[in-house]
Design a protein. Sequence first.
Length: 510
Amino acid sequence: MRRTTAAAGVVTVLVPLLLAGASTASAAAKGSLTVRTLDRSGKPVYAQVAVYNTKTYDFRYIDSNKKASLPNGSYELATSFVGGNSEDGVVGGHSVKVSGATTTAFDARKGRAVKVSLSPNPGSGYDHTVSAAVCATDNSPATMSISAEAGDLYAIPNSSKAYELSYGTTYEPQSTTGGDFWLASATHRSGVPSGVSSTLRKSGLTTLKVSARSGPDSGQAMFSFNGEPTSGYDCSSSMDILDFQRDLPNSFSVHVQAGQWEVGQEGHDFIYDGFRKYAAGKTTSLTLGHAVWGPGGQLPYTWYHQLYFGNDTPFADPEFTAGGVLASGTVKLTHAGKTLYSHKYSPSHQIDAQPRIPGSGWYTVTETGHRSHLPSGSLSTSSSLSLHFYADAGKNQQIRDYITRFWPEALNSRNQAAAGSTTTVDLGMQRLGTDDSTIGRLSDSVKSVRAWYTTDNGSTWHAITAKLSGARWTITVHNPASGRVGLRSTVTDTHGDSSTTTVYNAYAVG
């Protein structure tokens, strides 16, 4: 679901994720449907209406108060709209049989108030909004939803068990610099009731304690929280959406319905992670924008004498590893002193080539990446990854090797270390699989780790000892009085494969 403002920030219309166009119409006899949408004063207002044919599965959107050509048949309808006063929000759904010229209506005068609150009440200093969604219950895409200020939301009743109503409430702090966010939701099954007056309990919520750092990204960022029930998408997914802006760095808590949530941050770049499950009554700490953004993702693999570079990125957040970090750079494949593939890529072009490899032997993949158009002082601005490995061209299997993920400890909210201090950096040995059972994985283990750091953007590199304690590799960097520190690591495995990971301006000192 995506959220779009409909009336000067007062009412928010939630448009369904499924934006499918009309499928090929069946050969059934042609009819027409006019859907009238009337506000609470009885005046026609514009609305978009979701229309789903329960027999042919044709799905489309039509404009209200206009005749739309449709094949005769049975349809499920859903709509949401703003009243003529630009304040009231109305939602409704019902079924209709189209036979020739057919007219039906959604009359907001029949709507009943949807009142939702949270207990205990979060208190003063919050903007309180209420949301509602009407959904067809037979896996139909006929779903529409809307949000309005508390006291201005109405749902048109419908006793049909083919529909259900989800409703929710959001409390957002009026201050743009602090305060918690609250979001709770519930669903009424078997029809749309004649009015809702519901008090949801805080005990059913989970707490995400977010620390959003600056450095890799800076300035203002949009934070998104998208929920999904543990059983998969249902009508309540329309309620479990929270988006807001904050300046980096920032710390806040978000209290949301227990279940699965995907968290994202979008500023100059976009980072996010997949859905994670969060339990009611629990608090989970999340750090966004943690140093260091560097090479991550899956290692390359062979597939019928071709080399696939894998799902990698030159700049991955160490905790929120997915996202659309914009970068340009180069990628090159060499073998026996010859360049087999070389390519320059840009932010709008992915590395998706699969060069053919001549046979089994030793190969080297070298990738560089650079982030541009960033504010002065940004971190994780450039990176590189070199993978030297033995590939068996006749087998479909992933190469050996490790990608180093750098985790500096004890940095502040701006990813800075204290002047003249020492910083312990964890070296995470990343070796992600492909999630494809047809691609074999080879056993491997680390033989040796070497590391370096730079304080002059790579003009000089200082060797530093990598220590192993249990299964944890670490280095200790002696920080300068000011500036930025770059990091490099070379990992050699027990089979002779080696990888070198480098990130410039990895963290700051000040």
